[in-house]
Design a protein around this ligand. Structure first.
Ligand SMILES: Nc1nc2c(c(=O)[nH]1)N[C@@H](CN(C=O)c1ccc(C(=O)N[C@@H](CCC(=O)O)C(=O)O)cc1)CN2
Length: 296
């Protein structure tokens, strides 16, 4: 079998196009412009790239974009004060603090200081609780992007066996909640799961979010299954730098029915869903109907 490649780059471009249409309608009909503030502390090279990309795409869809770049040794109190200012700013509907934060900062405290209504990452404890109890929330961008691609590929997901390998707060846990919300039978597996291979072999949908380069090989995959690869690992092979996922692409693609590549799969959907979440937050803040198909 040769898997269908799920093109996340093209899908993300379509989502951004839909967001842009909504943004222009909001301006024409309501005189409102959604605004997103991104906060970067320190100079992690990958984070720098993601933040730059977020700013550029925010402007491209017609939103108001604000970037705050703070020094690596920024005091926690100063970061909290900035977030308080953004919470109170009516032009800002979404606030994102780029992760990881430098080690001296308490990420949980920082994230939980964001107004939950502006928490476009969906990481605030209120949004985590709302999602976990099936209530309307802000949904974390990467799992939301994965769900959109799965719904697009399969239509109805109900009754499918989904295995999520990885239990992070950012991807694994919310991904499992979203799949459960779509009536999948969900297993969360991780590095300590006994006979991980056998567990994965039972999956109709296999989400690899374990953070280990090419750990999921073709023999973990049920023939015809859909593999969603969330991993972004920078490795060196044959003296060349390469970006690979948590799934070994060639061997998995030989068995799977469909697979997301790295790069060009889940990654681009993360930023597209951030823009969708900012639009959703803006509509909610103004008591307007939420855009259809851009949130759960
Ligand atoms: N506050 C947050 N921090 C982080 C998040 C997040 O959702 N919120 N996710 C990741 C990083 N991330 C966005 O912030 C992100 C990762 C990857 C991509 C992407 O488009 N990847 C490309 C490859 C790009 C490359 O060469 O590195 C791809 O997969 O095709 C976008 C956003 C951690 N931090």
């Amino acid at each position: 079998m040769t898997a269908t490649i799920i093109d996340g780059k093209a899908f993300a471009a379509r989502v951004r196009g839909q967001v842009a249409e909504h943004v222009s309608r909001l301006a024409e009909e309501n005189g409102i412009q959604p605004g997103l503030a991104v906060v970067l502390v320190g100079a992690d090279p990958a984070s720098e790239v993601y933040v730059k990309s977020k700013g550029k795409m925010t402007v491209e869809v017609g939103m108001h974009s604000v970037e705050h770049r703070l020094a690596d040794d920024t005091a926690e109190g100063d970061l909290l004060a900035l977030i308080a200012t953004l919470n109170a700013d009516p032009k800002i509907h979404g606030i994102l603090v780029q992760l990881p934060l430098p080690a001296h900062l308490n990420s949980e405290l920082v994230i939980n200081s964001i107004d939950p209504a502006k928490d476009v990452d969906g990481f605030h404890i209120s949004n985590v609780g709302l999602l976990g109890t099936g209530q309307k929330s802000m949904v974390p961008c990467t799992p939301l992007g994965c769900l959109m691609m799965l719904r697009d590929h399969h239509g109805d997901l109900s009754g499918m066996n989904a295995v999520v390998v990885g239990r992070s707060n950012i991807v694994g846990k919310p991904m499992a909640q979203l799949l459960l919300g779509d009536s999948c039978t969900v297993t969360i597996a991780h590095s300590r799961t006994k006979d991980l291979k056998a567990v994965c072999q039972g999956a109709d949908i296999l989400v690899a979010a374990v953070g280990r380069a090419e750990m999921i090989t073709g023999d973990y995959v049920k023939p015809g299954a859909t593999v969603i690869d969330v991993g972004i690992n920078r490795i060196e092979r044959d003296g060349k730098k390469k970006l690979v996922g948590d799934a070994e692409f060639a061997s998995c693609a030989a068995v799977a029915g469909a697979i997301t590549p790295v790069p060009g799969g889940v990654g681009p959907m993360t930023i597209a869903c951030l823009l969708a979440n900012t639009l959703t937050a803006c509509c909610r803040a103004n008591g307007l109907a939420e855009p259809q198909g851009l949130t759960v």
